[in-house]
Design a protein around this ligand. Structure first.
Ligand code: DX5
Ligand code: ZN
Length: 218
């Protein structure tokens, strides 16, 4: 079980110190949300903060870049160079998804495919064997602090069953509205990688990580 705190919810004036607390809490991954104001309504940041994190923390964290941008493969090399170990691209943002997946693989990074809540699982049936991770969005992407969309739980369970039927071993990540109060529900449905932004960085980071750790056993 992996917890991937989303730095979107961090205080950027104190980012390094906040990530020290995250690392000391036994967390081994960071989720990095890139938004372009086109694929999603908001803007976040480019690759420079990721580069800073890599420089300061080295291999402490598995760096997971979630590109909420139109035609994300354009930036695969940029984020790989900045230190991304995994690059996740949205099925809805790519005209030629196979080519985009190959472009990420060419950088040497692991590749994740993300689906918005309303995007059917069937849309990835032809390429599911090519990815290291499937990210099921449990909010509409673009903002932190939104409420978990309940119908996503059934979708997680169906993907998990499909994965078993196919005999594949990709990771299943959930992103949006996850807190210690609902994390067990998504784990039971088949999630092995949990993204959490506000539930990690709001108030006491060490206490928040501990609350997740007690349930997730990482
Ligand atoms: C939303 C982002 C999420 C976001 C999650 O578009 O992809 O990673 O940071 O934030 P919370 O956990 O607060 O819903
Ligand atoms: Zn994300």
């Amino acid at each position: 079980m992996r917890l991937s705190p989303s730095v979107l919810a961090a205080d950027f004036t104190r980012l390094g110190d906040q990530l020290d607390i995250v690392a000391a809490s036994g967390v081994d991954a960071i989720h990095y949300d890139v938004m372009d104001g086109d694929f999603v309504p908001a803007l976040s940041f480019g690759d420079s903060i990721l580069k800073n994190i890599k420089n300061r923390f080295g291999d402490t964290f598995f760096l997971d870049a979630h590109l909420m941008v139109t035609e994300p493969a354009r930036f695969a090399e940029t984020f790989r160079k900045a230190g991304a170990d995994n690059i996740t691209i949205h099925i809805e943002a790519c005209k030629h998804i196979d080519r985009s997946i190959e472009a990420v693989k060419d950088t040497g990074a692991q590749v994740g495919i993300a689906l918005n809540p309303g995007t059917p699982l069937d849309s990835i049936s032809e390429i599911i064997h090519k990815v290291d991770m499937v990210l099921l969005m449990s909010v509409n992407p673009g903002f932190g602090g939104q409420k978990y969309i309940e119908y996503c739980t059934g979708k997680i369970a169906r993907l998990n069953q499909w994965k078993k039927d196919l005999g594949l071993d990709f990771s299943i990540q959930v992103d949006g509205g996850i807190s210690p109060s609902n994390v067990k529900m998504v784990l039971d449905a088949g999630i092995d990688n949990v993204v959490a932004g506000s539930a990690v960085f709001r108030n006491d980071i060490a206490e928040n990580c501990k609350a997740f750790r007690n349930i997730m056993n990482f």
